[in-house]
Design a protein around this ligand. Structure first.
Ligand SMILES: Nc1ncnc2c1ncn2[C@@H]1O[C@H](COP(=O)(O)OP(=O)(O)O)[C@@H](O)[C@H]1O
Ligand SMILES: N[C@@H](CCOP(=O)(O)O)C(=O)O
Length: 292
């Protein structure tokens, strides 16, 4: 048997739609795999009642198939589904690492990215890698044309998860099909600033580099209270605010000394909008960890 812990992730980071992602140090999924003649799945944990155990509908079924590695797979969910915190990716990445070890496939973490991304295709219709790449490699990742670049980073941030569900598939439907040259230039400037901020572990540059005018405003409409939560986080010292993944989680990088204050301000602002929420005080961190 192999046991793997895989972290929540935050994709897009505003300016890096379908490209940027970071691994967080909490919450996380724990996945156990044992060799079997055919793949079976057992779910427990947060929101597991909403996740199918049928291998054709669960992301880990697609991963087992991609690696030709049938197994009894037990998933203890720590990352709530439809959160914008890479719930499906955490399970997919953990299964990829566990099955690779179980069957001695010898694939590197980078080589496991396409197999784990097959799981994402099951739930969102696209095999996007921007969650599974950081879940596998850790740190800040840039997923582009089938290649992934990973950078170690340790930026403190708050991930605030409201008690509403937004499915990635629905949130992809509101993404505009085209953009203007002005907005494109703005996005490139932001993305470059954010990437440099990650390399320098500079929360100021990372926050400034999240600014984006095309995808984020369309998705913010799906999150009740987003504008007031954003304003409250910035007032409390966040260096930037954006939608995490497809939402509804909202992330705010900050300096460590402000993190508790930012977390409280975001929860209070959601509460004023009539939405319960939970804030994870977290940081950019390591990827999936394999235990014996
Ligand atoms: N192992 C899994 N973990 C989480 N969600 C899964 C899993 N397998 C299938 N799903 C489905 O994926 C959807 C959640 O994925 P997604 O919308 O991408 O959420 P998130 O934004 O948290 O990644 C739900 O419909 C859920 O039933
Ligand atoms: N790039 C994807 C990321 C989805 O992240 P999730 O955590 O919401 O699954 C998108 O923006 O659609």
């Amino acid at each position: 048997m192999q046991t793997v812990r895989a972290p929540a992730t935050s994709a897009n980071l505003g300016s890096g739609f379908d490209v940027f992602g970071v691994a967080l140090d909490r919450p996380m999924d724990v996945v156990r795999v044992e060799k079997a003649d055919r793949t079976t799945i057992e779910m427990s944990g947060v929101g597991s009642q909403y996740i199918p155990e049928d291998p054709d509908k669960n992301v880990v079924g697609a991963v087992a198939e991609a690696l030709d590695a049938p197994a009894r797979i037990r998933i203890d969910k720590g990352v709530r589904p439809s959160s914008g915190l890479g719930s499906s990716a955490a399970s997919a990445a953990a299964a990829a690492v566990g099955l690779n070890a179980l069957y001695d496939r010898g694939l590197s973490r980078s080589e496991l990215v396409p197999a784990a991304a097959e799981g994402e295709a099951v739930v969102s219709g696209t095999a996007h890698s921007d969650n599974v790449a950081p879940a596998l490699l850790g740190g800040f990742t840039i997923a582009r044309d089938g290649a992934v670049t990973a950078v170690d980073a340790s930026i403190p941030l708050v991930a605030c998860l409201p008690e509403i569900a937004v499915s990635t598939r629905d949130a992809r439907d509101v993404v505009p099909e085209s953009t203007s040259m002005g907005d494109l230039v703005h996005t490139v400037g932001s993305a470059a600033t954010l990437a440099v901020g990650m390399c320098r572990d500079d929360p100021g540059l990372v926050g400034a580099g999240m600014d984006e005018r095309v995808v984020t405003p369309a998705r913010a409409e799906l999150i009740l209270g987003y504008e007031s939560v954003r304003a409250a986080a910035l007032d409390a010292g966040a260096t930037g605010v954006t939608v995490s993944g497809a939402g509804p989680a909202v992330i705010a990088p900050c300096r460590e000394s402000n993190r508790r204050h930012v977390a409280a301000a975001m929860v209070d602002a959601f509460a004023e909008a009539g939405v319960e929420s939970r804030a994870y005080q977290t940081r950019v961190s390591a990827g999936a960890t394999l235990y014996d």
